[in-house]
Design a protein around this ligand. Structure first.
Ligand code: HEM
Length: 464
């Protein structure tokens, strides 16, 4: 997906000079929010509250939370400013870089969390592993692992879908990029990911790291587990000592202008980043896709018809992707309604004008993809699950109204990888079975680092 200059039909907002954006000033919810963004259980309310903020205050909303100035945006023109047009005035902020409560507490200084020239160099180094030609070589691994998962499922069996999708996407990313089999470590990595998801919404981060809260103990154990696994990959590679042509080899063999290589710690940071960012998001894309299909039999029937026509009984291959266009539209529509990266942020490094407001230096701007994707100005019946909307280009829809993978120089490096994986996995599952939500189950989205189904999703397998 390429994101170019947006095609905005609505007039840009009137300049408000140096006025700060409006927002809830003494909303009691904020007091709760301040505890739950940094801890608690009612974080789900935030997904209901934020559309009300946009309705009440407009496209740019300011909220001050525990001394942090947060700005929330949803207008495509403003999103374009943040991710691309004014990207030089912004950087990844504390949600990413803070070693206590940010992603850096697990990922260190990897691609997702780093800034400036260091990020630029690392991105250049990693990018070739994601070139379209290169990722095409991963199609067979994606189909193979999905088929192995299906071989384990029995007709009538109830599965924990979120665990299944997480194991599947983790194995795919580790095999494709690092030539490592993580089958034995799936539970450990999954557990570490859950610790990371809850750390960022835990009051424990309000205490210094030396306070041994139960959360802090879990955090340390999770980081130690991930270190053991990933330093194990590095040791395996050294033992074999050959260029395997994979991303791990590229990182191990990389040299800079002075002829120096990357430290083991830097390789560790990149590997953990790709392992975690590369599996959890795609797993959730698939979770929401199967959930939506279980609620929309008419869409499911169309999908089955396409998969049966294109694949019949044989395995999906790379060459089938372009014929599986409805399958692709189903994934695109699912991540519109439930974008796994439901919000992502930047911090201003100088005052920046956004939506007619001047946002002071040091403030954090959150792009709320979830709200952009459900804005009736760009989407007909936005709450309706209708994959057909992705079959033809809508000339009235601005480019930055749809940003599941972000945009600009920091666009998701794995976007094509993820779309191909989701399309192939969805087609392969659909070929062999349909998934029915366990009777009585209620599925609600929970906005953690990624948009996860609160309490998971249990599904009953029906063989086709
Ligand atoms: C449906 C699946 C996925 C979604 C929705 C998704 C979403 C995103 C988004 C929105 C960003 C931009 C964050 C920002 O601007 O702050 C991002 C960045 C990133 N993603 Fe993904 N992602 C997905 C799959 C993947 C995969 C499969 C990989 C790797 C195998 C991956 C690796 C990364 C990395 C390394 C970055 C940071 C890039 C940089 O800043 O240079 N993602 N992703």
């Amino acid at each position: 997906m390429t994101l170019t200059k947006p095609n905005i039909k609505t007039p840009p907002p009137q300049s408000n000079g140096d006025r700060l954006p409006p927002g809830p000033k003494s909303n009691p919810f904020l007091q709760i929010f301040s505890m739950v963004t940094q801890g608690g259980s009612s974080i789900e309310e935030f997904l209901e509250e934020i559309p009300r903020w946009f309705e009440n205050y407009g496209d740019v909303v300011h909220a001050s939370v525990l001394g942090r100035n947060l700005v929330f945006i949803r207008h495509p023109e403003d999103i374009y400013d943040v991710v691309l047009r004014k990207a030089n005035s912004l950087q990844k902020g504390p949600d990413y870089t803070n070693e206590r409560y940010g992603l850096a507490s697990f990922l260190g200084n990897g691609l997702l969390t780093s800034n400036g020239d260091f990020w630029k160099r690392q991105r250049k180094l990693v990018q070739p592993a994601f070139h379209v030609r290169r990722i095409e070589g991963y199609a067979d691994i994606m189909v193979q692992y999905t088929a192995e998962m299906l071989n384990q499922w029995r007709d009538g069996q109830t599965i924990q879908l979120d665990d299944e999708m997480s194991a599947l996407t983790m194995k795919i990313v580790a095999t494709s990029l690092f030539s490592e089999d993580v089958s034995a470590e799936v539970e450990t990595v999954g557990w570490a990911m859950n610790v990371l998801q809850s750390l960022m919404t835990s009051p424990a981060v309000l205490f210094p790291a030396w306070v041994p809260t139960p959360m802090e103990k879990r955090r340390r154990r999770a980081v130690a587990d991930l270190d053991r696994i990933v330093y194990g990959f590095i040791a395996d590679w050294r033992r074999a000592g050959v260029d395997r042509g994979d991303l791990l080899s590229m990182l191990m063999l990389a040299t800079d202008e002075e002829g120096g290589g990357m430290s083991d710690e830097q390789v560790r940071d990149e590997l953990i980043t790709l392992l975690l960012a590369g599996h959890e998001t795609t797993a959730n894309a698939l979770n929401w896709t199967f959930y939506l299909l279980s609620q929309h039999p008419e869409v499911e029937a169309k999908l089955q018809a396409e998969v049966d026509r294109v694949l019949g009984k044989r395995r999906a291959t790379l060459a089938d992707l372009e014929d599986l266009f409805y399958t692709r539209a189903v994934v695109e529509e699912s991540i519109r309604l439930y974008p796994p990266a439901w919000s992502f942020g930047r911090q201003t490094i100088e005052p920046v004008e956004i939506g007619g407001y001047t946002i002071p230096k040091g403030w954090e701007i959150n792009v709320v993809s979830y709200s952009a994707h459900r804005d009736p100005r760009w989407w007909d019946s936005p709450e309706t699950f209708r994959p057909e909307r992705f079959l033809v280009e809508d000339p009235n829809r601005p480019k930055y109204a749809y940003i599941p993978f972000g945009g600009g120089p920091r666009i998701c490096i794995g976007n094509h990888f993820a779309m191909m994986e989701a399309q192939l996995a969805l087609a392969t599952v659909t070929q062999r079975c349909q998934l029915r939500l366990q009777p009585g189950a209620v599925v609600k989205p929970s906005p953690k680092i990624t948009l996860v189904p609160k309490d998971g999703i249990r599904m009953v397998v029906e063989r086709r």
